[in-house]
Design a protein around this ligand. Structure first.
Ligand SMILES: Cc1cc2nc3c(=O)[nH]c(=O)nc-3n(C[C@H](O)[C@H](O)[C@H](O)COP(=O)(O)OP(=O)(O)OC[C@H]3O[C@@H](n4cnc5c(N)ncnc54)[C@H](O)[C@@H]3O)c2cc1C
Length: 455
């Protein structure tokens, strides 16, 4: 009998399995495929590999701007796909090795809860029952669709299929302009596909700072992405091509990529045999311990109700659950300071509250902004579009930030500390940033937030 049985080997489940070794706990990890989950196999990692392909392609295409003469690049799609597969394979194999080293028993098969502390596993090697005082459910999520867009993997696809396209699609209609939709738009436009993005709400990447979202939209538009904002799409008409109707208009593409959000994988996992409570398929937990209403049953990652669907949130929730199991103490995830990155070109990265959220909480706030256009390093690399924005309470701490520009996903982390430690702008601005760096955009914003600007 293990100390913990974990169902699902994505970031939430595998982080819990790895972290348990710090407490000397015996762990069985049930996974129906291979440990890695959406993130490693068909999410974060392959998507960022394709975005890097686009970045290399763009860099070479624009080499002449820097006086480096080369012929126009050509994309060898098959080689890029092989590179993506190699990266994924390397990380999945590495994770397998790490789990083995930490003596985690990986049980291959579909796990189903059967009352308190019991998991029935059915797989190619037959059925097996695992028992433990504590069970962590980490079954993750799947891509959703909308009426009129039945996923067939060819003409109507999700990110799962798009990451494995055998050849470059010439014309793509992306239904849903959220993080995943925009990342695909950025990558596909940079390698020369015709891209249309349809977003029902009034801005792309809904939930991000509207000004940062607008800046991203402008940059993508300049590179050829056609946005249809504030429109609902009608059912796709599928023939040789795919026609996507919207309003009185329509667009003809070769493939429709549906990216309208992700639903929880909780059907058929036996939650009804426990006291756990569910909200539209998502599992409700006590946010300080990740325990469900069934004592000894925890949920982490994308299946959790009301927490962000991000890999690093899954890691943190896995750690919180294991800490509670091992010590009986709550070590809650600090949801206030979780970075959220859209890995488009340029990247958009945020942490803490947006202006709208701060105002909704009744906070009297101040925002300070510094553009990248005068930042030396940004000019050197030819990427001086965008800005850093810091949101602070009047005469109080920094509560949020939004950065759109080069390497925003890296830059956001210093603001993560500011938000997490509730730093005053004057405290954060007291530290010196190296020159010439992109981070200077943050330093300058902090100085302005502290009331004394430099450049
Ligand atoms: C295209 C794309 C790009 C993304 N990019 C990013 C990014 O850049 N950064 C980021 O933070 N997040 C990103 N995400 C989101 C991220 O992938 C998820 O938040 C993360 O993978 C969730 O982890 P999880 O452990 O909850 O679930 P998952 O990663 O979905 O893993 C769940 C695992 O459980 C297994 N499983 C399910 N049911 C059972 C069962 N009954 N029995 C046994 N096994 C089961 C599945 O096979 C799977 O391996 C991206 C997602 C997509 C789709």
């Amino acid at each position: 009998m293990a100390d913990i049985v974990i169902v699902g080997g994505g970031p939430g489940g595998y982080a819990a399995a790895l972290y348990a070794h710090n407490f000397g706990l015996d762990v069985a990890l049930v996974e129906k495929e291979r440990p890695g989950g959406t993130c490693l196999i068909r999410g974060c990692i392959p998507a960022k590999q394709w975005l890097h392909v686009a970045e290399v392609f763009s860099t070479v295409s624009h080499a002449a701007d820097f006086g480096v003469v080369s012929s126009q690049p050509e994309l060898d799609w098959q080689a890029a796909l092989a590179r993506k597969n190699q990266t994924v394979e390397g990380l999945v194999r590495g994770l397998g090795g790490l789990l083995k080293k930490r003596r985690v028993e990986v049980v291959t098969g579909f796990g189903k809860l059967n009352g308190h502390g019991r998991v029935e596993v059915s797989g190619d090697e037959g059925n097996r029952t695992l028992e433990a005082e504590n069970v962590i459910l980490a079954t993750g999520s799947h891509a959703r669709s909308i009426p009129g867009y039945d996923i067939d993997g060819h003409k109507i696809v999700t990110s799962d299929h798009a990451l494995d396209w055998e050849s470059q699609p010439r014309r793509v209609g992306i239904v849903g302009g959220g993080v995943i939709g925009c990342e695909f738009a950025s990558f596909l436009a940079d390698v020369g596909s015709e891209v249309h993005v349809f977003e029902m709400l009034d801005q792309i990447v809904p939930g991000t700072d509207p000004e940062s979202a607008k800046m991203l939209q402008r940059q993508l538009q300049k590179r050829g992405v056609k946005f249809h904002i504030g429109v609902g799409v009608g059912p796709a008409q599928i023939g040789e091509s795919v026609v996507i109707p919207f309003g009185d208009d329509s667009v003809e593409v070769d493939v429709a990529l549906v990216s309208v959000g992700r639903g929880p994988n909780t059907d058929g996992v036996g939650l009804e045999t426990t006291k756990a409570e569910v909200d539209r398929g998502f599992v409700k937990v006590d946010a300080s311990t990740m325990q469900t209403a069934q004592p000894g049953l925890y949920a982490v990652g994308d299946i959790v109700a009301g927490t962000p669907q991000l890999a690093h949130v899954g890691f943190a929730e896995g750690i919180a659950a294991v800490t509670h199991i091992a010590t009986g103490n709550a070590q809650p995830v600090d949801y206030r300071a979780i970075p959220r990155v859209t890995y488009t070109h340029p990247e958009v990265a945020e942490v803490g509250l947006t202006v709208e959220e701060a105002e909704a909480q009744g906070l009297e706030i101040e925002t300070t902004k510094h553009a990248f256009n005068g930042v030396g390093r940004a000019i050197i690399i030819g990427q001086n579009q965008g800005h850093a924005k810091v949101i602070s309470v009047k005469d109080g701490p920094i509560v949020g930030a939004s950065v759109v520009g080069p390497q925003a996903g890296e830059l956001i982390h210093e603001l993560m500390y500011s938000v997490g430690w509730e730093a005053l702008p004057s405290e954060a601005a007291a530290f010196i940033h190296a020159h010439p760096t992109l981070s200077e955009a943050i330093g300058e914003t902090l100085m302005s937030a502290a009331g004394k600007s430099l450049h």
